[in-house]
Design a protein. Structure first.
Lengths: 362, 200, 283
């Protein structure tokens, strides 16, 4: 006797209840709160804000808590929330030249106006597990020094004065908006950069790494990497001028790429650009390398068929929310399609005499 | 004055627009079939049907062309308040509204591109009458054939010849509308055909 | 109801989707790009269908959701409860009572009427995608009506296997113009696409495409004169309701490989059993 499976609704409810219990974990251990996540897992919060395309550390921290630390799940929560928000307008472009830098390094010049500022970096930590942290995470205050306000000009500007780097003329064309218009090819640089800044960190890293290993190698130097806060300003039509509505922390990377010239361009240095919410050097540098690789056409370079040169391939596969959704959907029921395949394979086998072959073997 | 300009919108936009859209969708899916539509009371000379279509489909992303008599200060103010849609000429319009004569010539509107045939204007034609008699319609959405009072036939035949490019039409009359997408084949009613032959 | 707007989506998003639906109806079978939104369910789990349903539903509608033909599969349950919560619409499992039906992978067995709308969830809307991965290329092929590659692929199947080796998501041609992916329905369902009284809308969220079939649109499954299209299903009766004409799921009964066949359309099967039909495996 067969009874068709029922009870999907109850199964879902029970699964959700179990999930909530698992999320909380052992109740003898204190519950995480949002400020703890925001302050102590800041780089996770930054990644969720960057790939979620929403600058709100508290919401990102909440998403991380709700998703049990699954950052792609947290990014998904933020994206789904973001789409429900009303849109009041667009800010003016931020001026990263006026950034209050916590960190600013150049790999191309030993010293330069504005100085090298190491900042809070893992770079020269020895990756030794710090067992003291397991017992006591309290640390003495780091030494401070009066900061001297000074201009921190972009490194690429120095090269520009000598005419050694390609011009990047100011362009006031309103950029397309990836979140409001379907992605279409060909995609101009503004659209590519938009897609890359919210692209999956791992995917972008892998592509960037592939260019370093020779799949469209583009000889990148980190001209400059800077991290810090910039003011966000918005034009208020009623006032007739722009006012500051807040501040965001950004990571910006400008690569300077050796370029021996092409059919259309003289020998000069060229640029790759990365700009990401929060502190995320790995992502910003990766973005700059991939940006540079995708620019082969406008710079008159050869398409060597490398994945990082393929705009359609990169942009259509860089979004981890699209990717994970489609990937994971194959665990949904596919009885119907599978059944039709079963019938087809049985029919093909029957006609190929495969059944008899098997019987004979047995 | 201000109040009149701004009144006549949807009372409860999510619900009014859902019902209005169903009427428009049914009309576009079943060419020639006349649908009731309500919700908006726009300033004259716009019909309630045309006003409801505009409030349902238009916003800051959709340039509108107001043709002829439809281009009044009141209509402009009403659309600006309720939709925020930018006004434009025919060649950049996603929607155009006006009487048949005022909307001419049809060659002035975008008909889409071979790769993106959807990027074409939808014309909302204000009609003095709208009846299920007249020209014969055949094509997708129509079981065997339908009839509709059209302002003419040749223009729609030329439009059909452009398929999959072309314009799409919504005919508005009071609280009713019907539609004629580019996919519909239009022929003269037998009565018209006889009259036409008689002229030779 | 919740703090979210009626049917979840904001009005501006609905307008954008509604405009795409109208253009889709005007150009049957053509894939209209639309700025699909992130939904509170994963891409690939019906976000396209959900957005189309949200743009189409009115508070007066009665909504039915099926996945693999069944109302009780978990994802169908999840989508149905989403609209109960956000749109407050009536829901049903009875095909005949529904005014809007959202489906994944099946067309109901009961013929649909002029008062109904069928919304398909579509994973890959581009029928040429498996032959040509580039969107820029496939768009060109559609514009030039260049479908030779598809015929070549189908014919290669025939020369290798003696049959077209596509059993679901079987490509169709709409009104003699666009080649269209009917979503991963089994080819058994393909004939129902043509000349249907209901409006058929297709939503692909991740791929950002909407397309449509107006009622009574001519839809032809691609085939060859010497190898005509054949709508096939398992050659059995439904073990529960004895139906001969419905698409069947195969259910494994024991670890000896014992199996039975039952209607994939659960409402159809229940209605038949309620009317007194009884299959050999029914209690």
């Amino acid at each position: 006797m067969y009874v068709a499976v029922k009870g999907g609704e109850r199964a879902i409810e029970s699964a959700h209840a179990w999930l909530a219990e698992e999320r909380r974990g052992d109740t003898d251990v204190a519950e995480l709160n949002i400020p703890q996540i925001r302050e102590q897992l800041k780089l996770a919060v930054d990644r969720v804000m960057a790939e979620g395309s929403l600058y709100d550390p508290d919401l990102a921290a909440l998403a991380i808590k709700q998703s049990r630390g699954d950052l792609i799940e947290a990014i998904f929560l933020i994206r789904a929330y973001r789409t429900t928000l009303p849109r009041f307008g667009a800010s003016d472009p931020v001026d990263t030249g006026a950034m209050a830098c916590d960190r600013r390094i150049s790999a191309t010049f030993k010293d330069l106006p504005g100085g090298q500022v190491l900042g809070p970096t893992f770079d020269y930590t020895h990756r030794l597990l710090d067992f003291k942290l397991a017992a006591d995470g309290e640390v003495p205050a780091a030494p401070t020094r009066e900061s001297v306000p000074r201009d921190v000009p972009h490194v690429t500007e120095f090269l520009n004065q000598e005419g050694l780097i390609e011009e990047a003329p100011l362009d006031d064309t309103p950029p397309p908006d990836l979140t409001r218009e379907p992605l279409e090819m060909p995609a101009d640089r503004a659209l590519r950069l938009q897609a890359l800044t919210r692209a999956d960190e791992g995917f972008t890293l892998g592509l960037a790494y592939s260019t370093q290993r020779g799949y469209a190698r583009n000889h990148a130097f980190v001209g400059e990497l800077r991290i810090g806060a910039v003011a966000v300003e918005m034009d208020i039509p009623e006032l007739g001028f722009a006012i500051e509505i807040g501040e965001v922390t950004l990571t910006e990377c400008e690569t300077v790429n050796q370029f021996t010239g092409s059919k259309t361009e003289p020998p000069q240095f060229t640029r790759g650009y990365g700009l990401v919410f929060g502190q995320s050097e790995r992502k910003a540098i990766s973005m700059a390398l991939v940006d540079r690789a995708l620019r082969w056409e406008e710079l008159g370079e050869d398409n060597v068929g490398a994945p990082a040169q393929d705009t359609e391939f990169v942009l259509y596969h860089a979004d981890n929310i699209q990717a994970t959704g489609f990937l994971e959907h194959i665990k949904l029921p596919h009885y119907v399609d599978f059944q039709s395949e079963l019938e087809l394979v049985r029919k093909l086998r029957r006609e190929a005499g495969a059944d008899q072959v098997q019987e004979a073997a047995e | 004055m201000q109040a009149r300009k701004l009144s006549g919108g949807f009372d409860t936009p999510p619900v009014n627009s859902a019902h209005a859209f169903r009427a428009v969708m049914e009309a576009m899916a079943r060419p020639g079939q006349i649908q009731d539509i309500s919700g908006a009371q726009p300033p004259a000379p716009l019909s309630n049907a045309a006003g409801s279509v505009l409030l349902t489909l238009c916003d800051t992303d959709t340039p509108i062309y107001l043709a002829g008599d439809a281009d009044t200060d009141d209509v402009r103010a009403w659309l600006a308040f309720h939709t925020g849609a930018p006004l434009t000429g025919p060649s950049h319009s996603m929607f155009a509204v006006g009487s048949w004569d005022a909307l001419m010539p049809l060659s002035g509107y975008p008909i889409g591109t071979p790769e993106y045939p959807d990027r074409s204007t939808t014309l909302i034609v204000e009609c003095a009458e709208l009846e299920a008699t007249g020209a014969t319609l055949r094509g997708p959405g129509i079981k065997s054939e339908a009839t509709l009072s059209l302002p003419e036939t040749r223009a729609f035949q030329s439009n059909r010849a452009l398929f999959p490019l072309g314009l799409d039409f919504i005919f508005a009359c009071g609280d009713r509308l019907a539609a004629l997408p580019r996919s519909t084949e239009v022929s003269r009613s037998s009565r018209e055909a006889v009259a036409h032959e008689g002229a030779f | 109801m919740t703090d979210y707007n009626f049917a979840y989506l904001d009005e501006q998003t609905k307008r954008m989707i509604r405009r795409a639906i109208l253009k889709g109806l005007a150009i049957p079978g053509y894939q209209v790009p639309f700025a699909s939104r992130e939904m509170p369910m994963p891409y690939g789990w019906g976000t396209g269908g959900v957005q189309v349903s949200a743009a189409v539903l009115t508070p007066d509608d009665t909504f039915k959701v099926i996945d693999q033909g069944a109302d009780d599969t978990t994802n169908a349950v999840s989508i149905r409860s989403f609209f109960e919560r956000t749109a407050g619409v009536e829901t049903t499992t009875a095909t005949t009572e529904a005014s809007v039906i959202q489906t994944r992978h099946r067309i109901p067995e009961e013929p649909l009427t002029e008062d109904q709308i069928l919304v398909y969830q579509v994973p890959i809307p581009e029928p040429l995608r498996f032959l040509e991965p580039r969107e820029s290329e496939t768009r060109k092929m559609h514009s030039l009506e260049e479908y030779g590659l598809m015929h070549v692929k189908l014919y290669e199947d025939i020369s290798r296997h003696g049959h077209i080796a596509t059993s679901y998501a079987y490509p169709v041609k709409v009104e003699g113009r666009y080649v269209m992916d009917p979503s991963p329905i089994p080819k058994f369902d393909n004939p129902k696409l043509s000349d249907m009284a209901a409006i058929q809308l297709f939503g692909a969220g991740r791929e950002q495409r909407i397309y449509a079939l107006p009622p009574y649109t001519q839809v032809v499954s691609l085939d060859f004169e010497d190898h005509p299209f054949e709508a096939s299903k398992a050659d059995h009766l439904c073990g529960l309701c004895d139906a001969t004409d419905s698409y069947l799921d195969e259910v494994i009964m024991d670890d000896q490989g014992g199996r039975m066949f039952v209607c994939s359309d659960t409402d159809y099967c229940e209605a038949r059993r309620a009317a007194g039909h009884k299959g050999k495996d029914a209690a």
